[in-house]
Design a protein around this ligand. Structure first.
Ligand SMILES: *[C@@H]1O[C@H](CO)[C@@H](O)[C@H](O)[C@H]1NC(C)=O
Ligand SMILES: *[C@@H]1O[C@H](CO)[C@@H](O)[C@H](O)[C@H]1NC(C)=O
Ligand SMILES: *[C@@H]1O[C@H](CO)[C@@H](O)[C@H](O)[C@H]1NC(C)=O
Ligand SMILES: *[C@@H]1O[C@H](CO)[C@@H](O)[C@H](O)[C@H]1NC(C)=O
Ligand SMILES: *[C@@H]1O[C@H](CO)[C@@H](O)[C@H](O)[C@H]1NC(C)=O
Ligand SMILES: *[C@@H]1O[C@H](CO)[C@@H](O)[C@H](O)[C@H]1NC(C)=O
Ligand SMILES: *[C@@H]1O[C@H](CO)[C@@H](O)[C@H](O)[C@H]1NC(C)=O
Ligand SMILES: *[C@@H]1O[C@H](CO)[C@@H](O)[C@H](O)[C@H]1NC(C)=O
Ligand SMILES: *[C@@H]1O[C@H](CO)[C@@H](O)[C@H](O)[C@H]1NC(C)=O
Length: 823
């Protein structure tokens, strides 16, 4: 008893002292530092959007971000998901942002809360719920009382939830910075004076919420104090905040780019991304946030657009599935460590610059006797060798920055990648293939007969009519034709604002068509034959992600809004059907019947020996075994057309493998030098723009045949080759410059089984295709084998000490290694 009491009182003491343990942190700033509890800091942050992964993935993503040298994790808040119906909120599952921030705190990291609540983010409708747009007298993102009231209500709700969970640093929580609005400065001029007063209101409203942490506004040159205006882009080194007291912040460092349906895969090199970061800190940067650090997946109908793909991989340091994207992740990790060596001087030093000509500058930070330097070469072609006298001689490749600790020791160069490269292989999952399919036609009897749920004598705008509860919206009308009216050579002419149109006349499919990301509006024209009597025209319009960016993007029409829809006969005799009596229906019947959900529906599926293929508007279903192990799972949908996919009732997003990326413009190599743009380094030419779709492990159960994949196929496809695969790390490579240490790691549970290539000298090629050059030190392979085989992680010094002095001593040597990993 006595012991128990003692324990109790001990617990009491501990809990009483808890407020001190996670006591409030004071977050301040000046032009050179974010100041946390008096400590002058530079902050590396990375974006991970909680709804683009699952709560089961969060701890691992956060840990990998921490291991990669980040101090903070940033996320937007997604209004449309949290308040799908006005004043009916959802914070469950992967919408539990409070849990997400608590995990960030548990990992010992800071959080950055970007509320918006307009978020852009390549997210459906920029994160606005559709009911908002449909409120009477509303105008979004401007000085409009209805809008401001809703924005304030939602923003205050989020802030209050954070306060209740003690998430702000001022309360001892992780959140050190919050954001209001988002890139409004980019489009503000279109809103006139109302835009200017709106942004002032945003600032006051945000301040009034008393979070106790600084607020930022990105891309907002007129941000009112104390809002900090910040920069988004590929490079922000030349950005200057609008107030001399504000820190220089890079809220979105675009280290990659997103993909659209029909487009190639964008990549940005580790060298150029690191260059952007190093340049930013060279020129006084204080806070850098990678956009994205983990991009993830646009599950369900969350992708923006239109035509933004389901994968939001972004070529981020963590790939869509949560694997390390090497060498990016490792190169950034080394970069962070190198810059942190200078943290004290960068945040509290005197800066001087010395020009060497040809784009080479030395930036020196000093305080007392201490020094820290950046030596940059912004020329995009000429390497430079710079002699700093007693401080040494440095080769600074074109378009690179060297970081010199103490101004006399190169600890990092952005163009010299020493981090390992990995090749992730997709492996057929055992037992998860050879799927047995059943199918079910989408029931369309009603719509083929022109029967809808409501009518109007006009062509309605799609998203505002459907409230965006489905991609699909039916427009139906009838046309009476008598014997004398010519019915030959009639052309059905439909002008639509997109995004996809399927046309039927008298239950017969006539054709389909879609626009492109650059050209949403298109005209569908097909000859039709009308019969005497009543003819039924059925048009199915499908959205593929609502717009998320640009001035007045919210008012951009979707669907056949206003048309016109015409029948053009002989001699251009035109019948305008636009103000006919149109019948409407929102969504397709299979959605209402929940054909995607195995819990609800097990009847009505047909199992035929011959697989039904090439059928439009068809549901497919198959059971499968969860692939064993813990490697991320993908489903290969090659052979399918377009539609949506579900695993055990969870949507894994839209699919469209029949949409191929352009044949041209890809190249195996990518020159990191020179300014980046999204078209610069692309791959995947001529292939399905997205073939593999992420199936998070938490969507799967057991290992018996108890998992269900359901596909809704709109265009006609063949599921014969649909299969489940796992992504696994099989091959690891590295290039180490002379005198650097090359570190190679297999993932947990694996060891290096074989050295497939090793050459210290002047090897060429890249991972998977290395070649020895003129110089190849004989002991290369045996030395690497000695250091690595049988280990999960090994490090090798790429130096004369390891490999001997004599060979190839006349050149700067590199070590190239390729090893395989095995469980
Ligand atoms: C900043 O540098 C000055 C001058 O060396 C020094 O007196 C001061 O303590 C430093 N401040 C911090 C917070 O390190
Ligand atoms: C180099 O430094 C000079 C002097 O500070 C500056 O004017 C110039 O813009 C710098 N160039 C680059 C490429 O940073
Ligand atoms: C056939 O249609 C035309 C044009 O609408 C109309 O003028 C004519 O009276 C119709 N004839 C019959 C037999 O209904
Ligand atoms: C019908 O109209 C189209 C487009 O205005 C025109 O190009 C075409 O020559 C016209 N045909 C006739 C037979 O008048
Ligand atoms: C589907 O199943 C869920 C859970 O079993 C149930 O709550 C819901 O009412 C069902 N819906 C339909 C349309 O059968
Ligand atoms: C399941 O699907 C069948 C066939 O489409 C349909 O008739 C039935 O109503 C559905 N059941 C439920 C519970 O939704
Ligand atoms: C399935 O794969 C086989 C073998 O690669 C190929 O011949 C066939 O055309 C594929 N079928 C579809 C529908 O893609
Ligand atoms: C590597 O280090 C050795 C010994 O410190 C030195 O002699 C050599 O010049 C260095 N090589 C390079 C390329 O820096
Ligand atoms: C360096 O020496 C090797 C032989 O030791 C020779 O093959 C090679 O051409 C030389 N390279 C250079 C750049 O001088």
């Amino acid at each position: 008893m006595a012991a128990n009491t003692r324990i109790k009182s001990l617990l009491l003491v501990i809990s009483l002292s808890l407020p001190f343990l996670c006591s409030s942190m004071e977050v301040g700033y000046d032009s050179n530092a974010i100041i946390i509890n008096g400590e002058r800091r530079i902050v590396f942050s990375g974006a991970i959007h909680y709804p683009r992964s699952t709560p089961e993935m969060w701890p691992d993503l956060i840990q990998k971000a921490k291991d990669g040298g980040l101090d903070a994790i940033e996320t937007y808040i997604f209004w449309d998901q949290h308040e799908p119906v006005r004043r009916r909120y959802n914070f469950e599952g992967n919408l539990d942002f409070v849990k997400f921030f608590k995990l960030i705190q548990e990992a010992g990291l800071y959080g950055v809360l970007r509320i918006g609540p307009y978020v852009c983010a390549e997210w459906n409708y920029g994160g606005f719920p559709m009911w908002l747009k449909n409120m009477p007298d509303i105008q979004l993102r401007t000085d409009n009382e209805v809008y401001k009231n809703e924005m304030q209500t939602f923003t205050a709700k989020i802030v209050n939830m954070c306060k209740e969970a003690k998430l702000f640093a001022s309360q001892g929580g992780p959140i050190i910075i919050a954001q209001i609005e988002n890139e409004y400065g980019n489009i503000m001029s279109h809103y006139g004076d109302a835009g200017k007063s709106y942004i002032k209101w945003c600032a006051q409203m945000a301040q009034s919420l008393n979070t106790g942490v600084p607020w930022i506004m990105c891309q907002q040159n007129d941000a009112p104090q104390p809002m900090i205006n910040t920069c988004n882009g590929y490079y922000c080194d030349s950005f200057t905040p609008n107030n001399p007291k504000s820190p220089k912040m890079f809220t979105e460092n675009w280290i990659g780019w997103f993909k659209k349906w029909g487009e190639k895969d964008p990549h940005r090199t580790a060298e150029d991304s690191a260059f952007a970061v190093a340049r930013f800190f060279q020129l006084g940067g204080v806070f850098n946030n990678y956009y994205m650090y983990h991009g993830g997946t646009n599950f369900g109908r969350t992708s923006g657009g239109p035509y933004i793909a389901t994968s939001y991989d972004y070529d981020a340091p963590l790939d869509e599935y949560g694997n390390l994207n090497q060498p990016k992740w490792g190169h950034f990790k080394q970069l962070h460590a190198a810059i942190k060596l200078g943290e004290k001087l960068l945040t509290n030093g005197t800066v001087t610059t010395k020009e060497f000509g040809n784009g080479v500058n030395l930036t020196m930070y000093t305080n007392g006797g201490e020094r820290f330097c950046f030596l940059s070469n912004t020329d995009n072609a000429q390497d430079a060798t710079i002699d700093l006298g007693n401080d040494g001689k440095y080769l600074v490749p074109a378009w690179s920055v060297s970081i010199l600790d103490g101004c006399n020791k190169e600890v990092f160069n952005t163009a010299k990648v020493n981090a390992q490269t990995s090749i992730l292989a997709k492996k057929q999952a055992e037992g998860a293939n050879q799927l047995t399919w059943s199918w079910s036609p989408e029931p369309m009897r009603d719509t083929m007969q022109g029967k809808g749920r409501f009518r109007a004598k006009q062509l309605l705008e799609q998203k505002q009519t459907t409230f965006d509860v489905s991609d699909y919206f039916w427009y139906m009308t009838s046309v009476d034709v008598n014997e004398t009216t010519s019915s030959k050579d009639v052309v059905l002419h439909v002008e639509t604002s997109g995004h996809v149109l399927h046309a039927f006349v008298n239950k017969k499919f006539i054709g389909n068509q879609w626009g492109t990301a650059g050209n949403l509006k298109f005209t569908f024209e097909k000859p039709v034959s009308l019969k005497p009597g009543t003819n039924i025209i059925t048009l199915l319009s499908a959205t593929v992600g609502l717009p998320n960016y640009g001035e007045f993007f919210d008012s951009q029409p979707t669907g056949i809004a206003g048309g016109p829809v015409l029948l053009v006969g002989d001699n251009n005799v035109t019948t305008d059907l636009s103000s006919n009596r149109w019948s409407y229906k929102v969504g397709i019947n299979g959605e209402a019947k929940r054909l995607f959900d195995p819990l609800n529906n097990s009847s009505g599926w047909r199992s035929t020996k011959e697989l039904a293929t090439g059928r439009r508007m068809t549901w497919y279903r198959a059971s499968f075994k969860a692939p064993s192990g813990t490697d991320p799972v993908v489903v290969d949908l090659k052979g399918m057309g377009k539609g949506q996919a579900w695993v055990n009732g969870h949507s894994i997003g839209r699919f469209w493998p029949s949409m191929l990326a352009d044949e041209n413009g890809c190249s195996d190599t990518c020159d990191y030098r020179g300014e980046y743009k999204a078209e610069k380094c692309v791959t995947n030419c001529g292939n399905p723009s997205q073939r593999w779709y992420h199936v998070p492990r938490s969507f799967l159960k057991g290992d018996a045949d108890t998992n269900t994949l359901v596909l809704f196929e709109e265009l006609g496809g063949n599921p014969q080759n649909v299969s489940f695969q796992t992504t696994s790390l099989e091959t690891v490579c590295g290039y180490g410059y002379e005198n650097s240490t090359l570190e190679l790691s297999c993932k947990d549970g694996q060891t290096i089984s074989e050295v497939q290539f090793a050459s210290f000298g002047d090897p060429t090629g890249k991972c998977g295709a290395f070649n020895t050059g003129d110089c190849d030190v004989k002991v290369s392979v045996s030395q690497v084998e000695k250091a690595c085989v049988g280990r999960q992680t090994c490090s090798i010094e790429a130096s004369a000490q390891t490999f001997g002095k004599d060979d190839c001593a006349n050149i700067t040597r590199r070590l190239a290694v390729q090893v395989s990993c095995e469980s």
